[in-house]
Unconditional design. Sequence first.
Length: 277
Amino acid sequence: MDNSATPGWYDDPDDVTRLRYFDGLVWTERTMAKTVRTGVDSLVPPSAPAPAAPGHALGAGEGVAPGRYPAQTYGQPAHPQQPDTQQAWTGPVARTADGDEYASYLQRVGAYLLDGLLNGLIVAVVAGYPMWRAMQPYVDFIERTLDGETVDQPNPLLGVWGMVDPVWYAVAFALSLIIGTLYHVLFIGLRGQTPGKMALGISVRRADRPGAPGVATAIKRYLLVIVTGVLGLIPVVGSLGGLVTIIDLLFPLWDQKRQALHDKIGGTVVVKGAPRR
């Protein structure tokens, strides 16, 4: 009997209340409750025998009369069942087409904060001295003002930017941008996880396939951060970059695939668990 089948979700041979993913050759460890799709759990009788290879599965558009079960087919499995990826992200399960569950918003926020802390520590070590030199004119201005000296007031349009050393600030900014880019692009591109995501048990993958997304995809994913960072250097316009950053961070709250704007640019999603190889 030919046990080969199309990769997809089938009745779990070990648990009739769940579905198990078959990769075309062997059963995988990924399972989900049949309640992922409305009514699926009522279509397979608890007494149905478990197939040795993928057995019965609901084909797209198959109808089942109330109170009846679809016929079991052995040797020639039907089309695999697909998880519902279009349900609201606040539902009990929201998954990719191949079964990876999307990471929760709190997991993403936690990883973002941890990565920000770690990246900030690295930047402080590498770019701390250039930033200190850049801020010296501003520090001198504050000290002289507090001492009661008469000092020239900065251009109101420039604000603090008019009181920093532009050369040293450019050096500090460039170092910070390079460190942040390398941190995220290399970790995400090669491993699918930054240290913060490792700690929170989530990972980044391409939307169309599992595994580490690759450096090229990671660069596309980080472009929005680079652009908003550069915009932040421009007086007045910098506030627009800040607004885009806020929208980017909040976007997963209402997106069905829990993607941020930078995920949509890069074609990535964030899922629970380590990357699948």
